[in-house]
Design a protein around this ligand. Structure first.
Ligand code: MG
Length: 390
């Protein structure tokens, strides 16, 4: 069977301020990006999804669209959502391609949906027309009766828990099934699209959901989500390289350590190639620019600057981008002097600037076998690799 064309809709129009935060929950940050961006990314990177349409509050359309463009997410369309959930879904549906065969609807507040669950709902929608991800209940289910606002209500009975499921998203539909349901959806608020389809008399099928596919609704959920992201965070790598000429009359400073030698590296700052390469590696891992852009040498405040300070500032910038350093590995190419006696001191200075344990910093010295400018003692160079995690 050929793969169906699939549109994914994300309902992010809600003002969901239940978390007590100043912003709707989908715009709160989780690691390196917002909860909404996590949800968009999960769908966008899925090979079965052709486009993602996001319905956001009117005052967010411009900002979210700009952010998606910035990230190269060209298959994302942003539209203005509505007051009710079904209005947002209808707005997104109206902006989606009309030739899709399956439409997947996902909550903005479920940022951990897996690729296999997205796949399973798409496949089942082709077969059944209307499916939702759902998880069985584990606890005994009691039905209450009486006044819904009373602090303590009597039990009316025990429901057979084998037949009770908790609905999640994705919910996926053949396009015509959803189109009919949305066209009829002028009734009361629904909490999911499947309710509209059920109201049409159309069978809706269950696909096994996932315990980790949580909806972030409460402060506890948000804390759990932040821990989950920290445990399972994205790892990224960056590389850095620097070379400076060796000249007389300059001190030799490598990794923030003054090394006695008859020459030193020439440059605008202290020409510390180790700090410069590590700074570029760290910034590169976060795609956060480079040392020249952050600390331009046309800016007098960096003249003669201690490059350890530049590295520290880059690490603060990295943290603002939602990442922290996991480890760095550095190779210094210098024909002379022998660097071995200084490597431990260099590791210590770098570790403290990077805010990592010393065991997370590796530095090796290499000669250049008398070849090229480095081998002839006319220059020194440094290569660095940094891993950062969100
Ligand atoms: Mg440099």
């Amino acid at each position: 069977m050929p793969r169906p064309r699939v549109s994914a809709l994300i309902a992010a129009g809600g003002q969901g301020l239940r978390l007590g935060a100043p912003e709707p929950k989908q715009f709160l940050v989780l690691g390196a990006q917002t909860i909404l961006e996590h949800s968009i990314e999960r769908l966008l990177v899925h090979p079965g999804v052709d486009e993602v349409v996001v319905a956001v509050p009117a005052d967010r359309v411009h900002g979210v669209a700009a952010r998606c463009r910035e990230r190269g997410w060209h298959r994302v369309t942003c539209v203005e959502g509505g007051a009710r959930r079904q209005d947002s879904v209808a707005a997104a549906f109206a902006a989606a391609k009309t030739d899709a065969e399956v439409v997947v609807i996902h909550d903005a507040a479920r940022p951990f949906v897996s690729a296999s669950l997205i796949e399973a709902t798409i496949e089942a929608a082709v077969t059944h027309g209307a499916v939702i991800a759902a998880v069985p209940v584990r606890d005994t289910v009691k039905q209450a009766r009486g006044d819904r606002t009373a602090p303590s209500r009597p039990v009316a009975g025990t429901l057979p828990r084998e037949d009770i499921f908790l609905a999640q998203t994705p919910q996926a539909f053949r396009r015509e099934v959803l189109a009919r349901a949305l066209a009829s959806g002028h009734g009361p608020d629904v909490t999911d699209e499947a309710m509209l389809v059920e109201a049409q008399g159309q069978a809706v099928f269950l696909v096994p959901g996932e315990a980790t596919n949580v909806k972030i609704t409460t402060q506890d959920d948000l804390e759990w989500a932040r821990h989950h992201v920290a445990r399972t965070g994205t790892m990224r790598v960056g590389t850095g390289y620097d070379l400076h000429r060796l000249v007389e009359g300059r001190p030799l400073i490598l990794g923030g350590v003054h090394i006695p030698f008859d020459r030193g590296l020439d440059g605008h700052s202290d020409a510390d190639i180790v700090c410069h390469a590590v700074t570029d590696a760290v910034l590169g891992a976060a795609a956060a620019g480079d040392i020249g852009r952050l600390f331009p040498d046309t800016d007098p405040q960096w003249t003669g600057a201690d490059s350890v300070r530049l590295l520290e500032a880059a690490v603060v910038h990295l943290h603002q981008c939602g990442f922290h350093v996991s480890n760095v590995d550095v190779t210094v190419i210098a024909q002379r002097p022998k660097l071995l006696p200084y490597l431990e001191a260099m590791r210590g200075r770098l570790a403290s600037a990077l805010q990592v344990p010393i065991a997370s910093v590796s530095i090796k010295g290499k000669t250049n076998e008398q070849v090229d400018s480095m081998g002839r003692g006319e220059s020194m160079a440094c290569h660095a690799v940094a891993m950062v995690v969100s």
